[in-house]
Design a protein around this ligand. Structure first.
Ligand code: SF4
Length: 271
């Protein structure tokens, strides 16, 4: 059975230099933030690309991935699997830090299937957006600016996912709600630093914090060597084909009809 999937994001850091209250990945709420090491990433990618035959978009993200000093080596490793990445290697950054020259070199060398996505949270936060844009344009590297301020398509506001109470008490209701969730229908899978593949960062967070049980088929333990590649492929397909996951029962969903919050509101920093 083939495992051709749409999207997977590799979270290479749970550190961020911003503290967005409504961060989709709950990054400011981590008590134990970590950078993914090169060895960890190498191992995860090796297994992931055995479990997955192809992926349309492979995203490198965080937290803020530019804070991870191993980022260049990790990206180099990702590009080794280009033959299995159909569309592009996407790199997401928050517009607060310039992209180092060696990483720009890497994007330029692989310009046919690379895209940088700059999340622009406005001139007070994403202060380097224009500098990054100029550097990318100079080298003909594809990019997109996701505009989270001002009057634009992306200025719809963010959803508050911090209420983890049970919302849908039957599978039917949970399926129905999840079928309107862009993450569920777009199949945005996520690999976290522990080498687990989840159906979204909300599902990962709820398992990490014991809100929902850890069950194979609701996640894939990529780096668990006691489980065969075939079994991991089976769990992945199970997740891929479900209408909803257990986590969706505790979730409002990334739906167009849910109340929005002002984007990138900053939590107070501890002194
Ligand atoms: S409904 Fe919530 S838990 Fe389910 S896929 Fe969407 S965001 Fe993730």
């Amino acid at each position: 059975m083939k495992t051709d999937i749409k999207r997977t994001a590799l979270n290479v850091s749970t550190y961020c230099n911003l503290k967005c209250k409504h961060c989709l990945a709950f990054i400011p709420y981590y008590k134990d933030p970590k950078h993914m090491s090169y060895q960890e990433a190498k191992n995860i990618l090796d297994i992931y690309f055995k479990v997955v035959d192809s992926v349309e978009h492979f995203t490198v993200t965080g937290g803020e991935p530019l804070l991870n000093v191993a980022l260049y080596d990790i990206l180099q490793e990702v590009y080794k699997y280009q033959h299995q990445i159909i569309d592009s290697v996407d790199f997401v950054t928050n517009g607060t830090l310039e992209i180092p020259e060696n990483i720009l070199d890497l994007f330029e060398m692989n310009h046919n299937n690379s895209k940088v996505i700059i999340s622009n949270y406005g001139e007070n936060l994403s202060t380097k957006t224009n500098l990054i844009k100029t550097a990318l344009e100079k080298r003909n590297i594809k990019y997109r600016i996701s505009q989270f301020s001002g009057d634009s398509l992306y200025f719809d506001g963010w959803i508050d996912f911090t209420d983890h109470s049970l919302k849908w008490d039957t599978e039917e209701k949970r399926d129905k709600n999840a079928q309107g969730c862009l993450h569920r229908t777009g199949k945005y899978f996520l690999i976290n630093g522990g080498g687990e593949l989840h159906c979204c960062s909300r599902s990962f967070w709820r398992m990490k914090n014991g809100i929902i049980p850890k069950v194979y088929g609701e996640y894939v333990p990529l780096t668990d060597n006691t489980i065969s590649i075939e079994e991991k492929r089976k769990y992945l397909l199970e997740m891929y084909n479900k209408k909803s996951s257990i986590s969706c029962a505790y979730c409002v969903g990334l739906r167009n009809d849910i109340e929005r919050q002002y984007p990138a509101q900053q939590l107070e920093r501890e002194q």
